[in-house]
Structures are given as structure tokens and as C-alpha cells.
Design a protein around this ligand. Sequence first.
Ligand code: HEM
Ligand code: HEM
Length: 186
Amino acid sequence: MKYSALLRVWHWLNALAIFGLLGTFFLRKTFLSWRTNSELMVQKFAEYDIQITTEMAKTVAKAIRAPMWEWHIIFGYFFLSLIIFRIYIFIKEGVSYKDNSSLHKKAVGVLYSIFYLVVIFMGLSGVFLHLGADFGVSKDSLKEIKELHELSAWFFVVFVPLHIAGVVMAELSSEKGIVSRMISGK
Ligand code: HEM
Ligand code: HEM
């Protein structure tokens, strides 16, 4: 299988975008979690005999998180431009993963198809979350979209390690050079 230059460029830019989006998700849930950090602030200020309310701590913790989360939106729009780029490649070159020579190849093809469906959903739901309120989308609908957006994010959490393990195993067994082909095309 030969990967076109366009597909290769798209692949690595897209990997960067997804690592960025998952990275901001990870930070939001861990080091920059407002729950953890607001509890920490209440505790640490109490050691100086300063009583702050959980409400105050929550506001500060969210303010600390905000500049990091801006990167979710930046990577988000980068990711959206890559969706358009990928659609252009689909139109120009057709589907790149239609090798049906074995059950395994078919399964990989199905996984990539699911990947692209989830990608489209993430792109659309992300824009809704970012701009929906400005266009009058109700708070309840936005809440539901956010839950689905967050749930679908887990697909990538599973896909990325599975995909990397898969190509490393292919590289080490029957498809030596598969990773360098995704880099150099040869
Ligand atoms: C940094 C580690 C990565 C390596 C070494 C890698 C390597 C590869 C290789 C060798 C292929 C071709 C495999 C095949 O033909 O089935 C491929 C395809 C693909 N990779 Fe990755 N990849 C990486 C990260 C990612 C990430 C983070 C994503 C997105 C979450 C991703 C998404 C895809 C997709 C969707 C395809 C199929 C492209 C198509 O034909 O439409 N990859 N990757
Ligand atoms: C693969 C792509 C994406 C992944 C894995 C992802 C992941 C996530 C996750 C997990 C959340 C929930 C965070 C939480 O409440 O704990 C979230 C929220 C959000 N995402 Fe994404 N996202 C992706 C794409 C996008 C795109 C394309 C945009 C828009 C350009 C976007 C904009 C947003 C916004 C505005 C929120 C709501 C944040 C808030 O309520 O403060 N996302 N995303």
C-alpha cells in the first residue's frame, strides 16, 4: 500500500491535532481539574488562617484552567480544517483503506471508517459547543451535546494506543516498513 503525499501530510498533522485535543482533555481532568485545585486552595489558605469559600476557590481554579483550555479550541479549529483537507483527499483519491485481502485488513478498514464518522461528529459537536450559545442553542441541548462530545472523546483514548500498537506490531511482523511508508511514502 502506497500512501500519497497528501494523505501522509494529513496523517501527521491530524495526529498532532488529536494529541493536542486529548492532551487538553487530560489536563482538564488531572493537574488543572477545578475540583482538585479548589479543594487544595481552601486547604492551603486555611493553613494561613485565611478562610476562602469554595465558591471563590472554584472561580480561581477555573480562571487558572482557562488559558490551557483555549488550546482545546485552537486545536479544535485546526482539527476542523483537517477534516476539510481529508474530505478533499477522499474526493481526489478515493478511500485509501479498501484492502480486503484478509479478515484483519477488513477489520482495520472498518475501524478507520468508524474513526472518520466519530471525527465528523467531534468536529460538528465541538463547533456547536463553542458557538451554539451565540446562535441561540438552548442550555439543555448544549449540555446533552457536551455529554456526547465527552463520551465520544473516549473513542480516541482507545483508538490511539490501539492504532500505535497495531502499526508497531505490523512493522515487527508481516509489514516491515509500514511506518516509514507513512513518513516517506516509500
Ligand atoms: C505517533 C504514532 C503514529 C504512528 C506511528 C502511526 C502510523 C500509521 C501508519 C503506519 C498508518 C498506515 C496503516 C494502515 O495502512 O493501516 C496509519 C494510518 C492511519 N493513522 Fe496513524 N499513526 C500514528 C498516530 C495516529 C494518530 C494519533 C491518529 C489519530 C487519532 C492516527 C490516525 C490514523 C488513520 C485514520 C489512519 C488511516 C488513514 C487512511 O488511510 O485514511 N494515527 N498510521
Ligand atoms: C477529536 C476531537 C476532540 C476531542 C477528543 C475532544 C474532547 C473533549 C472533551 C473530553 C470535552 C469535555 C471536557 C470536560 O467537560 O471534562 C470537550 C469539551 C469541549 N470541546 Fe472538545 N474535543 C474534540 C474536538 C473539539 C472541536 C473540534 C471543538 C471546537 C472547535 C471542541 C470544542 C469543545 C468545547 C467548546 C467544549 C466545552 C468546554 C466547556 O464546557 O467548557 N472540541 N472536548
